[in-house]
Design a protein. Structure first.
Length: 297
């Protein structure tokens, strides 16, 4: 007769202090990141909330949320200011931004192709000179540029804001595209040259399709920077009918001794909507362009 041996049940292992700490660490990090995001978004939240406040409540109320929400600010914003409607300001901003994007993309990719793939005299010196312009503050060339455009009769028009973009004046984007082209194998050029392609056909059929991520990155940054630009547009535009949205916002403060903060906040929100939609639509291409372009030699 055999005797059965009873095995005592295993006791659950007590979690060590290190395991407990590791369990709470993701929660702590999520709380910290959420707090930082809310801190960064606080100005936008305050702006959106203030756009729904009455005129007297914008300055006197300390609460973020409006006590008596109203849409009068947006009505006044759509009506415009200085005899010009909101849609006219929006059209001017879109015209300048789209023209700048087209000029930057076309001129910068042509200049980058010349520096990255072609051989010509003084190429190194010209490239160094172009890179050196990145270190020049905009205020250094502002007065000479203004004098040139004034003598050409282009002041108070969109030409001073768009025309330089077609002359590859943005050295940063030229350098960005050059670095991307240098990562492309030169065997592609040699194979195309054997097939009878010249520099122009190589550019359009080989190089241009491959540098699309860099071009998308250039287009996105150019649109955002041009849309938010205030200083250049303030210098060259003087007629309210030619104003863009950043300049139109200034009119709500300078029009009378009493500033219309409510409509100004409402137009600010309307100004942020196009650029927010643009970023949401192209953020995938932006991440792809930045990750594949790089700044490697």
């Amino acid at each position: 007769m055999s005797t059965a041996t009873v095995t005592p049940p295993k006791q659950a292992a007590t979690p060590t202090p290190k395991a407990r700490t590791g369990r709470w660490r993701p929660v702590v990090w999520h709380v910290i990141v959420t707090a930082i995001v809310l801190l960064l978004l606080y100005p936008i939240i305050w702006l959106v909330a203030a756009s729904f406040k009455p005129a007297d409540e914008v300055v006197t109320s300390l609460s973020i949320l409006p006590n008596n929400p109203t849409l009068e600010n947006y009505t006044a914003a759509f009506d415009g200011i200085a005899g010009v409607s909101f849609w006219s300001y929006l059209g001017n901003s879109l015209f300048v931004a789209i023209g700048s994007v087209a000029g930057n993309v076309v001129s910068c990719v042509l200049a980058a192709y010349a520096f990255a793939r072609l051989r010509f005299r003084m190429r190194g010196l010209m490239f160094a000179f172009m890179i050196g312009t990145i270190m020049l503050p905009y205020h250094v060339v502002l007065i000479p540029q203004y004098i040139i455009f004034q003598q050409m009769g282009m002041v108070d028009s969109f030409w001073p804001l768009i025309l330089p973009k077609f002359l590859a004046t943005e050295a940063f984007f030229v350098f960005l595209i050059i670095q991307f082209m240098r990562g492309l194998p030169r065997e592609l050029d040699e194979a195309a040259r054997i097939d009878g392609c010249g520099p122009i056909r190589i550019f359009f059929h080989i190089i241009l399709p491959l540098v699309r991520p860099a071009l998308i990155t250039t287009a996105i940054f150019t649109f955002i920077w041009t849309w938010n630009d205030f200083f250049s547009q303030l210098i060259y535009l003087s007629t309210p009918s030619n104003y863009t949205l950043p300049l139109a916002l200034r009119l709500f403060i300078d029009q009378t001794s009493v500033s219309a903060y409510g409509p100004m906040f409402a137009m600010s929100v309307l100004t942020l909507i196009p650029i927010g939609l643009f970023f949401l639509a192209f953020q995938r291409f932006l991440v792809q362009g930045v990750s594949t372009t790089g700044l490697k030699g």
